[in-house]
Design a protein around this ligand. Structure first.
Ligand code: IMP
Ligand code: MG
Length: 180
């Protein structure tokens, strides 16, 4: 069982659903008539995206990007590699990035700047989790469901070595799991 490796639950499944309902209502009002593209960052955003869109009651489109970040020897370089880009031109379109977590902020800072360059009509960010203490570049999400302390978390899309993404809540791993 996955749960035996979890030290504590940080955000429960019920709390996530309530937050997604509230955010969905906000986004419905914000994007009415704008037909935005919700852009999920693979793979971590999948569970949050799936819950969130059920609560948005206006037309939206869905797309995904897969990026990998290069973290250099010292501080993160801020260079990200785009493995899967959007299929469409975004000029004049409203873009809402959907992420699992913002830590250093480098991924979303790079993507936001890139989409402004591509002449999107607007670029906003919705994140399930925010770890503000991890930030190395200046960026804030427009919509944050939960602000958490600087701990490594897994579940609801977040992985440790590609595992634990399927946990239905966000939790902290036991130390012995890392040291194995
Ligand atoms: P950053 O904001 O550019 O540092 O990148 C955020 C990405 O780092 C997220 O999409 C996650 O893939 C990963 N990440 C950051 N913190 C955690 C964590 O606590 N658990 C699992 N993945 C994390
Ligand atoms: Mg990720």
């Amino acid at each position: 069982m996955l749960e035996q490796n979890i030290k504590k639950v940080l955000v429960s499944h019920d709390e996530i659903v309530v937050a997604a309902q509230q955010l969905g209502a906000q986004l419905t009002a914000e994007y009415e008539g704008k037909n935005p593209i919700l852009v999920g960052i693979l793979k971590g955003s999948i569970p949050f995206m799936a819950e969130l869109i059920k609560h948005i009651d206006t037309h939206i489109e869905l797309d995904f990007m897969l990026v990998s970040s290069y973290h250099g020897g010292t501080a993160s370089s801020g260079v990200i590699n785009i493995i899967k880009d959007l299929d469409k031109d975004v000029e004049g379109r409203h873009i809402l990035f959907v992420e699992d977590i913002i830590d250093t902020g480098q991924t979303l800072k790079t993507l936001r700047d890139m989409f402004i360059e591509r002449k999107a009509a607007s670029v906003k960010i919705a994140t399930l989790l925010d770890k503000p203490e991890g930030r190395t570049v200046e960026i804030e999400a427009d919509y944050t469901c939960f602000t958490i302390p600087n701990e490594f978390v897994v579940g609801y899309g977040l992985d440790f070595d590609e595992n634990y993404r399927n946990l239905p809540y966000v939790g902290v791993l036991k130390e012995e799991v890392y040291s194995n």
